[in-house]
Ligand binder design. Structure first.
Ligand code: PEP
Ligand code: MN
Length: 351
């Protein structure tokens, strides 16, 4: 349930409510709105005594959250959340509300030279966050699995040099500590959306998490997965629609455009789209990217390679650097129509 404090409630009253919630064996999560503080009380159902909380000083009302996910719901936090990726060695990039983000880079980090080259291309094209896989979830155990920690080192050095925060996938609870040392944000891949132990583990960190939608997950399942992360105190969840399995076989997956406005009604969390994995083919990426942004997404994550035919992973869907740059110009225009803006890399670096 949520405890809505009255606009003039003092800190002591807020502290008292928090203490009472914890005494009931539940957790208190604070949400600071424009005018008032809202406290989310979450824990096992039945343990929280709403009428007692309603009687405390400074409490305006106590309302049950009807949705199965609580901290992810719009009821808990009315305004769009803005998540920041970056710092302390790189600028902070905002995602959510009127801030659109462009995350781009190779699917997998193949070697240091290619990473540095692609990173420069995507930065020049307008991306502000660098992506790249060090641990790759591959369908075949005989496919390239990623360079692991070596790739993380290259990513860190490259991000620091170019002033770009980095984002890389974590596949297993045993990798969280290692990856946290290098990265500015975690990616949870589609195949791990319901790896609940992994969600809890990244939830214990304070680095933002890009949570991809599972291949066969409903929007509700997806938000419940986000709730696992939020419930551990990590407020930096960014949703990513990357296409779901349908009967349509002309594309790799079907990007569910409708999930964007639906998710935006149900949650305050930012949501971006991944047109690369949905399309599976580079010539379809621009149209899908623009459609996603037009539907209200807070940005894109796009795979780019200067020599896709030699890519060790996902070459057919990688955009060439010049196409990426051209697309970014178009995405900026779509964003502007909707009152959103992509950050300018030059401004971020000098900030
Ligand atoms: C990726 O980003 O390279 C990736 C494997 O994504 P997904 O989990 O969406 O398939
Ligand atoms: Mn990929």
């Amino acid at each position: 349930m949520i405890i809505v404090m009255n606009p003039h409630a003092e800190q002591a009253a807020v502290d008292r409510v928090v203490k009472e919630i914890e005494r009931m064996g539940a957790q208190a999560h604070l949400s600071q709105g424009k005018f008032r503080t809202v406290i989310g009380a979450v824990g096992e159902e039945g343990n929280i005594d709403g009428s007692h909380l309603a009687s405390l000083d400074g409490v305006e009302k106590v309302v049950p959250i009807m949705k199965p996910y609580k901290l992810a719901s719009r009821e808990f936090h009315e305004d769009d959340s803005v998540v920041e990726i970056g710092g302390p060695s790189v600028p902070k990039v905002k995602v959510g509300g009127k801030h659109a983000v462009s995350i781009a880079g190779p699917c997998a980090v193949e070697n240091e030279e290619m990473l540095n080259k692609i990173a420069r291309h995507v930065r020049d094209g307008g991306a502000t966050v660098l992506r790249g896989g060090a641990f790759k979830p591959r369908t075949s155990p005989y496919s390239f699995q990623g360079h692991g920690e070596t790739a993380l080192k290259w990513m860190r050095a490259c991000g620091d040099e170019l002033g770009m925060p980095i984002c890389t996938e974590v596949m297993d609870t045993r990798q969280v500590e290692l990856i946290e040392r290098y990265t500015d944000s975690f990616q949870i891949g589609a195949r791990n959306m319901q790896n609940f132990d992994l969600l809890r583990e990244v939830g214990k960190t304070r680095k933002p998490v890009l949570l991809k939608r599972g291949l066969a997950a409903t929007v509700k399942d997806w938000l419940l997965s986000a709730e696992y992360i939020l419930s551990q105190g990590n407020r930096g969840v960014i949703l990513c629609e990357r296409g779901i399995k349908t009967f349509e076989d002309s594309v790799r997956y079907t990007l569910d455009i409708t999930s964007i406005p639906v998710a935006k009604q149900w949650t305050h969390l930012p949501i971006i789209i991944d047109p690369s994995h949905a399309a599976g083919k580079r010539d379809l990426v621009p149209a899908i990217a623009m459609a996603g942004l037009a539907a209200g997404a807070h940005g894109t994550i796009i795979e780019v390679h200067y020599c896709p035919s030699e890519a060790q992973c996902d070459g057919p869907q990688a955009l060439l650097p010049e196409t990426f740059k051209e697309l970014m110009g178009q995405l900026r225009q779509v964003a502007a129509i909707l009152g959103k803006e992509f950050a300018d890399a030059a401004e971020l670096t000098s900030a």
